[in-house]
Design a protein around this ligand. Structure first.
Ligand code: MCA
Ligand code: AMP
Length: 352
């Protein structure tokens, strides 16, 4: 399988996973989350990413379970489907849980009751969140609405799932748990030395689930590994034996609605716009999307540039989730003494 994913380089890279990798990824999840032939899951995620195609579809096929696929995500329809009371599993990104919460809160009490009842244990046995950080407040609200403490797990296209809260036992809000079966993880410092307990470090992953290579990019593949460990670029700390994600080592990786987007890739495209001399793209924290893609531009000439016009132009050149959602025109982008754009200063241009 080849799934394209964004990184800190301009263009997305093709992540090549072998049959053996996929078998390792799936058996790990089937074991940890106890997939069975009588499971029934609703697939509301895109199939061009690991969350939808591996965690949901391939695990269901492997277990001989039922996987139902609506054409697209629609919060009300998902609730109505859950209310039927026959699903046993549900998996989604935090933005989707947020949208389900919003729809539930907007519904009349007589509609809410069957919707919540459709989540009831033991029939609905597990609800999982991942692909981006789950705000603790959202976990709490979901618990009030559904009775479920969402199981949060951590993964990446290159490695599939690495860390997970337990199926049985206490799930800790704000934590992504411990290594899944067959997965080895560790935290290292800048030069790759394991950090002492309680210290912050980059997550590295090893095991049969780790991908083969970036498609036709041997140098990028080599750079992604150190001493046989895959370098995730995610920074975490281990607290009471469980990992807590603190963020990314690169400011140029944006997570919006669960999708990973390279700021550099969006910038490269925007720089080809005739009215843009230079630009800087940042992810700005957002309660609904996790982060929103925002673009600051230095304009070329006198031409007017509106957000709507830029979005219409970008739509022809970028996937919908990579399109900027806010635009600021500035005479000059904030730069440091070396002339490098300072992204934290750019982000401030978008603060309310
Ligand atoms: C859409 N809109 C946005 C964004 N996307 N606004 C801000 N930021 C965004 N990212 C706006 C649209 O312009 C539109 O606005 C309105 O929201 C509805 O758009 P639509 O496309 O219909 O959105 P949706 O269908 O509601 O999509 C939201 C979604 C989707 C379902 C949450 O983003 C999604 O499927 N995300 C999941 C991605 C995923 O599977 N990631 C996993 C990667 P207007 O109404 O004004 O026109 S795999 C991975 O990360 C690893 C392995 C892991 O750990 O899982
Ligand atoms: P992708 O490249 O789309 O597979 O996205 C992988 C990235 O999503 C990881 O490197 C993390 O930065 C992020 N991610 C996945 N799960 C979580 C989580 N539970 N909490 C925080 N970040 C996550």
């Amino acid at each position: 399988m080849i799934v394209y994913t964004s990184g800190t380089t301009g263009k997305p890279k093709g992540v090549v996973t072998t049959h053996a990798n996929i078998a390792a990824q799936v058996t790990s999840l089937v074991t940890a989350w106890e997939w069975r032939a009588d499971d029934w899951i609703l697939l509301v995620l895109p199939l061009h990413h690991v969350h939808g195609i591996v965690n949901v579809l391939t695990c269901a096929l492997w277990a001989g379970a039922r996987c139902e696929m609506p054409a697209k995500f629609d919060a009300e329809r998902v609730w109505v489907r859950i209310a039927a009371g026959d699903l046993t599993l549900f998996m989604a990104v935090p933005t989707i849980y947020g949208k389900l919460i919003t729809a539930w809160e907007a519904a009349a009490p007589e509609r809410r009751r069957p919707w919540s009842a459709g989540c009831a244990l033991p029939r609905m046995r597990l609800m999982v969140s991942g692909s981006a950080a789950l705000p603790v407040q959202r976990l709490e609200r979901w618990r009030e609405i559904s009775g479920h403490v969402l199981l949060e797990r951590y993964g990446m296209t290159e490695i599939s799932m690495a860390l997970s809260n337990p199926l049985h036992g206490t799930r800790r809000p704000g934590s992504v748990g411990t290594p899944l079966p067959g997965v080895e993880t560790r935290l290292v410092d800048d030069v790759g030395r394991p950090v002492p307990p309680g210290k912050t470090g980059e997550i590295e992953v090893r095991g049969a689930a780790v991908f083969l290579e970036y498609w036709r990019q041997p140098e990028a593949t080599a750079a992604a590994f150190r001493d046989g460990w895959f370098r995730t670029g995610d920074v975490a700390v281990i607290e009471d034996g469980a990992y807590r994600i603190l963020g990314r080592s690169s400011v140029d990786i944006i997570k919006t609605g669960g999708y990973k987007v390279s700021a550099l890739e969006v910038e490269e495209v925007l720089r080809t716009h005739p009215a843009i001399a230079d630009c800087a793209v940042v992810g700005v924290e957002d309660p609904e999307w996790g982060e929103r893609i925002c673009a600051a531009v230095e304009r070329r000439g006198e031409a007017e540039l509106t957000l709507a016009a830029l979005q219409a132009w970008a739509k022809e050149r970028l996937a919908p989730y990579k399109i900027p959602r806010a635009l600021r025109s500035v005479p000059t982008l904030p730069r440091n003494a070396m002339g490098k754009v300072t992204k934290p200063e750019v982000a401030k241009l978008f603060s309310p």
